[in-house]
Design a protein around this ligand. Structure first.
Ligand SMILES: Cc1cc2nc3c(=O)[nH]c(=O)nc-3n(C[C@H](O)[C@H](O)[C@H](O)COP(=O)(O)O)c2cc1C
Length: 154
């Protein structure tokens, strides 16, 4: 998110990441609807740095592709997402399994979008060489249920 791009009514939050680092973000209540029928796809290295993404990913994030590639995936972390959700994601995929979950992502302009994400490890010769996430449109009922659950975990 980029403070220079955020307009309208905003609230300020400080995110603390799993490595202890912090980032100040400004969020709005503006939701960008999921693009019907599209998949939002990204790939990361083993550390979660973005190595590839598709045009829908770029468009929904509000960043340019050049701004996104090479960044850690937590560039999209929204303050409403509990750390426990991402701990579960990482524990699952590092163990070689698939993770599914509802994710609220932060756009560059301080708005957000909800996705239903599937994250899988990319395995070559028995080694995890990176991860792929494919996101689909979530149902509104599931988003509302996730909001309630995440509020209780935050
Ligand atoms: C393939 C892949 C895709 C990810 N996609 C997202 C995402 O869309 N939004 C997000 O906030 N975190 C995503 N993450 C999790 C982030 O790497 C990170 O764990 C999370 O943003 C929380 O930050 P932290 O772990 O530094 O505390 C993804 C991780 C992987 C491996």
């Amino acid at each position: 998110m980029d403070p220079a791009q955020v307009s309208g009514k905003t609230s300020e939050h400080v995110l603390t990441y799993a490595d202890g680092s912090r980032r100040r973000v400004f969020v709005t209540l503006v939701e960008t609807p999921y693009p019907h029928g599209k998949l939002i796809v990204s790939r990361t290295d083993t550390l979660g740095n973005i190595t590839q993404c598709n045009p829908s990913f770029v468009e929904m994030s509000g960043y340019t592709e050049a701004e996104i590639i090479g960044q850690p995936h937590c560039i999209l972390r929204h303050p409403d997402m509990p750390a426990a959700a991402f701990r579960d994601l990482w524990d699952t995929v590092k163990a070689g399994r698939q993770w599914n979950g509802y994710v609220k992502n932060l756009r560059k302009d301080g708005g957000h979008y909800w996705v239903y994400a599937t994250v899988v490890p990319n395995i070559r010769d028995g080694q995890i060489v990176g991860f792929t996430s494919v996101r689909r449109e979530p149902s509104r009922e599931k988003v509302i249920a996730a909001e309630v659950q995440y509020r209780s975990l935050s």
